[in-house]
Design a protein around this ligand. Structure first.
Ligand code: NAP
Length: 281
C-alpha cells in the first residue's frame, strides 16, 4: 500500500483509507470484519464522524480498532452546529468515548456552519495542546473558506480538506486541489465510488475502466480509486461493508496507472466547467 505525508502532518498515511458512512441496515459484524481486514491490508486511515448514525459509526469503529489503536490513523468530524469554542471540546470528548480511545490523529470540521471559524480553530488548538487530537482539518471547504481559515490558523494548517471526489464529480480539480497542493494541505476525496453509483459496466466510461483494469490486472473500481490518488497530496476513503469489498479497495493502493491510462480516463470522465459552488453530499 502506497503511503504519503498527510499535509504538514509528520505521519505517512495510506493513500487508500476507509470511510464509515453509517447504513442502519448493514450487518455490524460484517462492517467490523471489513474494517479489520482493511487494516490488515494496509488501509490504516479510518475516517468517521459524530454525525454517522448519531454516534453509532464511531462505536462500531471503536470495536473494530480495539487492541489495534496504534496502527490506525483515526479521523473524526465535528458537526457545524457543535463547532463553537466550548461545544467543540465536548463533541470531541464524546467522540473519544465512543471510539474508546484517548486521541484522534486528525479532527475535522464537517462543513462550515454558523460558528465563527476563529472559535472552532481555538477549540481545535486547545484539543491539540491537551493531546486529545494530534492535528486538525476541515471538510467541504472551497478556496475562499480555505483562505479564511488559513489566515486565522497560519501556514501548514489545516492538515487536510475532505471533499467530494469521484470520476463523475471532479470539481475540486479546478481550484481546491491546486490551492491545497500549494499550501501542503492533504486532499481527502470522499464518496470515491460515487456513493454507490459507480459507472455501469456497459456505459462508455465503464468500458474504458474495464479495458484499463484488464491491462493492469486490476478491477474497474481499483482503477477508479488509483486515478483519484494519482497526484501528490491526494488520498481517498472508500466505504466497504464487506471484507470482499474492503480487499478489492485495498488492492487499489498496490499499482500505478500509466500516463496513457490517466489520459484515457480523463477523456472518458471529463472535468467539466467549474461550478459556482463546491459540490458536496
Ligand atoms: P463510496 O465509498 O463512494 O461508495 C460506497 C458504496 O460503494 C457502498 O454501497 C459500498 O457497498 C460500495 N462499495 C465499496 N467498495 C466496493 C467494492 N469493492 N465493490 C462493489 N461495491 C463497493 O461512498 P461514501 O460512503 O459516500 O463515501 C466514502 C466515505 O466518505 C464515507 O463512508 C464517509 O466516511 C466519507 N464521506 C464524507 C463526507 C463529508 O461530508 N465529509 C460526505 C460523504 C462521505 P458496501 O457497503 O456493500 O460495501
Amino acid at each position: 500500500m502506497e503511503q504519503r505525508y498527510f499535509g504538514s502532518n509528520q505521519r505517512q498515511v495510506a493513500v487508500i483509507g476507509q470511510g464509515t458512512w453509517y447504513d442502519e441496515n448493514e450487518d455490524p459484524a460484517s462492517a467490523i470484519a471489513a474494517l479489520r481486514l482493511g487494516l490488515d491490508l494496509g488501509m490504516k486511515h479510518i475516517e468517521t464522524a459524530e454525525m454517522y448514525g448519531s454516534g453509532a459509526a464511531e462505536e462500531l469503529v471503536g470495536q473494530a480498532i480495539a487492541g489495534r489503536r496504534d496502527e490506525v490513523f483515526l479521523v473524526s468530524k465535528v458537526l457545524p452546529q457543535n463547532a463553537g469554542r466550548r461545544t467543540t471540546i465536548k463533541a470531541c470528548e464524546n467522540s473519544l468515548l465512543r471510539l474508546k480511545t484517548n486521541r484522534l490523529d486528525c479532527y475535522l470540521l464537517h462543513w462550515r456552519g454558523r460558528h465563527p471559524l476563529e472559535e472552532t480553530v481555538a477549540a481545535f488548538e486547545q484539543l491539540r495542546d491537551e493531546g486529545k487530537i494530534l492535528s486538525w482539518g476541515v471538510s467541504n471547504f472551497d478556496v475562499d473558506d480555505l483562505e479564511e481559515i488559513w489566515s486565522i490558523a497560519g501556514e501548514g494548517l489545516p492538515a487536510c480538506n475532505q471533499v467530494l471526489y469521484h470520476l463523475q464529480e471532479r470539481a475540486i480539480e479546478h481550484a481546491v486541489i491546486p490551492w491545497c497542493q500549494k499550501h501542503k494541505v492533504a486532499v481527502v476525496g470522499y464518496s470515491p465510488l460515487g456513493h454507490g453509483a459507480f459507472p455501469a459496466a456497459h456505459s462508455q466510461g465503464g468500458r474504458v475502466l474495464h479495458e484499463i483494469a484488464e491491462l493492469q490486472h486490476a478491477t474497474p473500481r481499483q482503477v477508479a480509486l488509483q486515478f483519484l490518488v494519482r497526484c501528490p497530496g491526494l488520498f481517498t476513503i472508500p466505504k466497504a461493508s464487506t471484507p470482499e469489498h474492503a480487499a478489492e479497495n485495498a488492492g487499489a493502493g498496490d499499482f500505478q496507472l500509466s500516463a496513457a491510462d490517466v489520459a484515457r480516463i480523463d477523456r472518458a470522465f471529463p472535468l467539466g466547467p467549474r461550478p459556482a459552488r463546491l459540490p458536496m453530499l
